[in-house]
Write a protein that binds this ligand. Sequence first.
Ligand code: S3P
Length: 443
Amino acid sequence: MKNRGINLKTDSMNQLQTSVAPASRVEGEISVPGDKSISHRAVMLGSLAEGMTVVRGFLHGEDNRATLAAFRNMGIPIEESAEGVLKIHGKGLHGLSEPADVIDCGNSGTTIRLMTGLLAGQKFFSVLTGDSYLRKRPMKRVVQPLATMGARIWGRKDGEFAPLAIRGCELASAEYHSPIASAQVKSALLFAGLYADGITTVREPHRSRDHSERMLSLFGAEVLSFEGGVSLAGNPRLQGREVFVPGDISSAAFFIVAALITPGSDLRIRNVGVNPTRCGIIDLLRRMGAYIELENLRELSGEPVSDLHVKSSPLRGIEIGGEDIPRAIDELPVISVAASLAEGRTVIRDARELRVKETDRIAAMSSELNRIGGRVKALEDGMIIEGVERLSGGSVSSHGDHRIAMSLAVAALRASLTVSIQDTGCTATSFPDFWHLLERIRQ
Ligand code: S3P
């Protein structure tokens, strides 16, 4: 792409490099691609349901395609129409067959962790692996509690790192108190609980995203959410359903912040999922002074959906921590960009989980924002960010992480010179069309 403000080229290491020029305004009306978390779950539960599941709005990013390929490799026919609609011919809870090869989860933490739970209760052997980033991410957080249900799983460093080898077996239901608020941990246990007699209960310190619970109910499972946790009755009969996947608030987040920090901006984003367990970014930005209005609020496939209207707003620093964190965990990188351009100081605490995402997002955002004139101090569990009037230009790196790449692209809109971002091919993980959309709305 070579046009007014965004240039993509390949560098000497054959990596994509993108330069983004400052913007004078952001405006228009856009839709963002489907929710990544919901897309994964639609393929998984559609495959375990009886009969056909039709999925509209599926996110065709690399992470979700890894999940799609995995279920096809376990014998589930999944058709794709030219418009990207999926037809999943589910074979029921016991309809998967042993994959003939190792399952490659690519960069996707959700794929590997949820599937570890789901495969633990099968009658076959399977191996899960992923790319060099995924193979460095902690897996014991699911392997260890699954072992208390009887699961037999082996991995490098005593089960901490993939590849993970799973000898499926009979599972017993369990009650687990998770020390971290993680939807991947919770969902891995609930998916294992599908194969156990009795009730599986997961408690967590703060409520993490509840897409699994909502979709399990939609497909006919008995799920009870209560203060502090969730319970699921084992051995349900899941029925194929029609699933509408709303736009991903984690993708909308980049455009929300772009509009807020660029004076004179006015942007509408259609069909965004506004599940309360995911909407932390809206609440936090409003606390900073943002104009964000929810219009046409409705419900689709058990998930709340809305259009968002955003106008540029002067932002001020705030304190972020505790239960704010799981509700905005994937948006904290782009919130750190908003904070860098707010008046005063923002403090983010209790966000140690950011250190074990696709990359160490505390280290990555603090080092890269500081390279372009930000004032960010990394803390063990967060960041202290002093706002500046404007960022400068320069060269930064995505650290191979899609959300870091897109957050830096947003920061570049409010820099005084062009920002060149190294290693931007990773945006295909969750948002293949990001650069075109950014070009469309920037003036
Ligand atoms: C996800 C849960 C979160 C989130 C990730 C997607 C999910 O991870 O960061 O991008 O779909 O369940 P954790 O469960 O590790 O917090």
